[in-house]
Structure formats: C-alpha cells, structure tokens
Design a protein around this ligand. Structure first.
Ligand SMILES: [Zn+2]
Ligand SMILES: [Zn+2]
Length: 314
C-alpha cells in the first residue's frame, strides 16, 4: 500500500477548516511526515494515520511547516517512545528544528537526528528512495521531496517462453532474473525474448511552498501524484509572485508539462476558505486531473500501468 493522507492543507495560518501544512505518507508499513504544521498530531489522531513515524521531512523553516514538531515530539516522550526519529530539513532550518524539539526544556529520551539536505540529496531506503530537490520560496532555503520506488522487473511472457520450448520451472525464474538459459536441444533463449521492459515504480512528489520551476517539473516527470503549492487563484497572481507561492493554474501547467497522473493543490489561502471553486476551476481548465486537497483526503497511489489510475479516496 502507498497511501497519502492530507493532514493540513491550509496556507500560512490555521483556518477553521484547514490545519497548516502536513502530509502523511505510508509506504508498505513505513510512515513518514512531510512538513509538520501546528496541530499535526491531532490530525494524525483524527485521520488515524498511526503514530509510528520514523522520518519527518521539513521543506523550510516557516512556522506553518514546523510548529507541530514540539507537540508531536513531546507526546512521543509521554508515550515512552524509544525508537529514534530522523528529521530532514534544509541547512538553514536545522537550528530552528532543534529549537522545536527542545522547546520548553524538552529533552527527548529517544534519539532525534536532525539532518540537513539540499538539492540532489538521496536517502536510500531499500526498494525506494527519497530525494530532495531545490524549490523557490523567496529568500528562504527551501526544498521539496520525491518518494520514488525502484524499477520493477519487466513482465514475464509465460506463453512466449513455452512457445520457445522453455519448460515451466526454475528456467523461468532464471530468465526473469535476466540470465540466458540453454535448452536440452542446445538452443539459447535470451531474457529479452521473454521479459518486457522494466516497469516504473510509484512516485510521489511534494513541493512545499514554492513558485513553479523547471527543476520541479523535471523532478515531477511522470509522477503518480504531485502535491504542489496552489495557494492562490488568478485574481491574486501578483501576490503569488510576490510571496513566492503559486497559483492553481501555474501548478496545473507544470503538472501537465511533467505528465503527472494526479495533481493535488495544497497550502490554500484563507481567502478561499469558504469557496475553493476558483482554484479548482482554474486548475482543471489546464489539467483535468487536478483537485484541491482538503484535510483528511486520502490518495492511494497506484502502479503506473494499472488500469485504475491514482485517485482520491474521500
Ligand atoms: Zn507555508
Ligand atoms: Zn513558507
């Protein structure tokens, strides 16, 4: 299972219906948080993501992306957590994250490793990796993150193998592993005769606060799900530029260019708290497979070749 839960989709300040930025990603049992805005732990309870987070990925030092860290790390202390936690963030944010962890004299009994990341940092998790990439958020040192699975072996064409005279059994596995096999009559069957192209894994991209950039488009190439800053509608385009955020339309243009399957807009400005339809309409005008994320939305990320594409489960 590769499940993405939107815990906080509001921009800058908490709103009655939206918490500040946080997204939980569960990939085959590994639970990660991307940003940790104020109140993230209550959202985790409300939307039942579980508390077994081992990694928190912070995009930048703004409070609406990290003020949930003091509460969450102190709750872990109450709960008697012993497992270490790793917090990744841009270099500039390291001291601020440490302040969050140690707020009000808090000294966690478990290890907290705070690691600085920058454009191109790769964290290998065995079977998948997490990459940091540069974003553009004014003068702030900021990154986005990609979770991408390793390529899987190509499909094995059983029928073709039998036609070529390969007996079902261990020779099938050898071919699938990429080894040529020799049959009793001396014929050699090469793997590429019966194994298709390697298949892409699932890919999730989270930008945090940013202007749309070429670097993001490149990183989002063929993503199953792109979660992009979509703070403003067209009526506030100038404001989006001035504050180094994006309009829904700009995010949709990027998603279309990058060939993503599904775009989720987040960091929604309080201006649209009563009605997100301008964001939705303007994004879908450019890229149909867009939606404005709400707190509690869940997306199950599917393999690219599945008939059923990545879709929102509400
Ligand atoms: Zn923000
Ligand atoms: Zn920000």
């Amino acid at each position: 299972m590769f499940r993405v839960t939107f815990l906080g989709t509001g921009g800058s300040i908490p709103q009655a219906g939206r918490s500040p930025s946080a997204v939980a990603v569960e990939r085959e049992g590994d639970l990660m948080l991307f940003d940790c805005g104020e109140g993230t732990q209550r959202q985790m309870m409300k939307y039942t993501t579980g508390f077994t987070v081992e990694d928190i990925f912070v995009t930048h030092r703004h409070g609406d992306h990290l003020l949930g860290i003091p509460g969450l790390t102190q709750t872990w202390t109450f709960q008697g957590r012993e497992e270490p936690v790793r917090i990744y963030c841009p270099h500039e944010a390291v001291e601020h994250v440490r302040d969050c962890v140690e707020l009000a004299g808090h000294r966690p009994p478990y290890d907290v490793e705070i690691k600085s990341v920058g454009d191109g940092t790769v964290i290998d998790r065995g079977g998948y990796e997490i990459r940091a990439f540069e974003t553009e958020h004014g003068r702030v040192d900021s990154v986005g993150y990609t979770v991408v699975e390793d390529e899987r072996k190509g499909r094995f064409d059983r029928e073709r193998a039998e036609e070529l005279g390969v007996p079902p059994g261990p020779l099938f596995s050898k071919l699938h592993e990429g080894e040529a096999v020799e049959l009793d009559d001396g014929t050699v069957v090469e793997p590429d005769e019966v194994v298709g192209e390697p298949r892409r894994g699932r890919k999730f991209v989270y930008t945090g606060d940013t202007r749309p950039t070429e670097r993001i488009a490149e990183e989002s190439r063929d993503a199953s799900l792109l979660v992009h800053d979509g703070m403003f509608a067209d009526d506030n385009e100038e404001r989006a530029q001035k504050t180094s955020h994006s309009t829904a339309r700009e995010a949709a243009e990027l998603a279309r260019e990058a060939g993503v399957e599904l775009l989720a807009l987040t960091h929604v400005s309080s201006r649209y708290s009563d009605d997100v339809s301008p964001l939705k309409t303007e994004a879908q005008d450019v890229f149909t497979d867009s939606f404005v994320a709400s707190d509690g939305d869940e997306v199950v990320v599917e393999y690219p070749e599945k008939d059923r594409e990545t879709r929102v489960v509400l």
